[in-house]
Design a protein around this ligand. Structure first.
Ligand code: AMP
Length: 509
């Protein structure tokens, strides 16, 4: 089934209900939005002669237009290629070329950035909100082009913390399965409930659009087009029962922002996409109360591998509450998740291995990359590349990726464990622990710290809580850590910068 039908139906049954807001102002009802999507679909099929299955790129900051674009593309039987507007022109050029999109919708200003990198396959770049754009909505509306669950609707380019991004093909079935899982287990939605899109709509936040369309929610796009804590608090005041997906760094910034917004207006703050340290989760819980949920997923199984529920996060009375808070929760009802060894054989609870996942939410493969698809999906399971272990109660504990593991003097050291301890110091705002090559030890533990604690105080904290050999041998104080556009810390970049620093300082490697 074409997932665009969810909007057509909402438009038919509840044309006057608000569907979309820019900040605090409603800008479209369900009737408006469904009508515009059907017209845009008409233009894409009739004027641009795009055939079902062709890709249409959207390179845009968060904007209310995202909705009509996604739904217009799907309604026309096409696949959307949402790309993060913060990527470099060359990276966007790569995505445009790789996807083979002939048409690209861009935010104003981005067209100039992309132009020097535009591949020859790209025939049209249309500036969102420009004259040519508005003219498309004069086309005659068409009926939704039928699609099966196996047709892909969204080419989701992985964030590429390692290597070039790959386009995970997300089918209509995958998107429906992710939406059902969200609405059933993370955040039930009633008509009129709001979702605030402050994280990129090309990524995590965008994947929560469909469930809210099906359930007649209101999509709220901040006027700043992004994440400004003060503005977000204003939106929580204005929109009762508002939810928001956020990277852990965003939650941290909300916690740090003095504001007395009515937290009872918040339905759910969902964090995911990167690890949240226990100290940060506790601070968020103190500030927002029982309104936090966590999801663990990846582009290949969008947002849907495990989830830590609001109840688990807030259940301070539970004897293993803190351990659970440090976990990524339990598998969603709709997926199977297992931990496997290097031969793909399942491991028992407590044993660490690669996290594998299968179910309706898992992509059928990467776009035009049979080799990477075979490797990722071998033996019928999605190989996440993430390392973890289940505890005996079925909660998944994520460990550092194997390439981030530090081996010092023959002992394995998991950076996350050291980071959790360093973050307990009140003057440490952010931290990332890496291994520095060393002739004697193989690797040395090095902590990059944002904050102004003394090395002696940090050492003392470590000695109180973890084995001596895990203690950092060097603390480097920095103003900021390298992060990608989704707020994930780039350890590869940090290691490279550290190697340069060590070389400049004459530290033998
Ligand atoms: P992406 O495909 O860009 O969304 O990146 C997915 C990756 O982010 C996963 O494979 C994990 O390594 C990481 N990730 C996602 N959710 C979480 C989470 N809740 N906790 C820790 N890491 C996460």
């Amino acid at each position: 089934m074409n997932i665009a039908l969810w909007l057509s139906r909402s438009g038919l049954s509840h044309p006057a209900l608000p569907a979309l807001a820019s900040g605090t102002h409603v800008v479209a009802t369900y009737g408006d939005l469904a009508g515009r999507a059907a017209r845009l679909a008409g233009a894409l099929r009739e004027q641009f002669k795009l055939a079902p299955g062709e890709r249409v790129a959207v390179v845009a900051k968060n904007t209310p237009a995202y909705l009509e674009l996604l739904y217009g593309i799907w309604h026309a039987g096409l696949a959307a290629v949402p790309a993060n507007a913060k990527l470099h022109g060359a990276e966007l050029g790569y995505i445009l070329e790789n996807s083979g999109a002939r048409v690209c919708f861009v935010s104003e200003g981005l067209d100039a950035e992309i132009a020097p990198h535009a591949p020859t396959s790209l025939e049209r770049m249309i500036v969102i909100g420009g004259v040519g754009y508005e003219a498309l909505f004069a086309a005659d509306p068409i009926a939704a082009v039928p699609r099966t669950g196996d047709d892909f609707a969204w080419l989701f380019y992985t964030s590429g913390t390692t290597g070039r991004p790959k386009g995970a093909m997300l089918t209509h079935r995958n998107l429906a399965a992710a939406s059902f899982a969200y609405a059933m287990e993370v955040d039930p939605i009633a008509p009129g409930d709001a979702i605030v899109h402050a994280a990129p709509m090309s990524h995590g936040s965008g994947l929560y659009i469909m469930a809210h369309v099906a359930r007649l929610g209101v999509q709220v796009v901040p006027e700043s087009g992004g994440f400004e804590p003060e503005e977000i608090f204003g939106l929580f005041d204005a929109w009762p029962r508002a939810s928001m997906f956020a990277a852990p760094t965003m939650i941290k910034r909300l916690v740090a922002c003095p504001n007395d917004c009515r937290v009872e207006n918040i339905r759910t703050l969902i964090w995911g996409g990167a690890p949240m340290y226990v100290e940060d989760a506790l601070a968020a819980l103190d500030r927002f109360g029982p309104r936090l949920a966590q999801i663990y997923g990846q582009g290949e199984a969008p947002m849907t591998i495990t989830t830590l529920s609001k109840q688990d996060i807030a259940d301070r009375a539970h004897p293993r509450w803190r351990e659970r808070l440090a976990s990524a929760g339990r598998p969603y009802a709709s997926v199977e998740v297992t931990i496997a060894d290097a031969q793909d054989l399942p491991l028992p609870a407590g044993a660490m291995g690669e996290i594998l996942c299968r179910g309706d939410v898992v992509m059928p493969g990467y776009w035009q990359n049979a080799e990477a698809s075979r490797a990722a999906l071998r033996s019928g399971w999605l190989h996440t590349g993430d390392v973890g272990a289940f505890d005996t109660e079925g909660y998944l504990h994520l460990k550092d990726r194997s390439k981030d593991l530090i081996i010092s003097g023959g002992s394995n050291i998991y950076p996350r464990e050291v980071e959790e301890v360093l973050l307990m110091h009140p003057q440490v705002r952010e931290v990332s622990v890496i291994g520095r090559p060393d002739r004697e030890w193989g690797e040395l533990v090095v902590a990059y710290v944002v904050g102004d604690a003394s090395p002696a105080a940090l050492d003392a904290l470590c000695l109180e809580r973890i084995a001596r050999f895990k203690r950092p041998k060097d603390y480097v104080f920095v103003g900021a850590l390298p992060k990608n556009n989704y707020g994930k810390i780039l350890k590869t970049e940090l290691r490279a910068a550290d190697a340069k620093r060590a070389e400049n300082m004459g530290i033998p490697g």
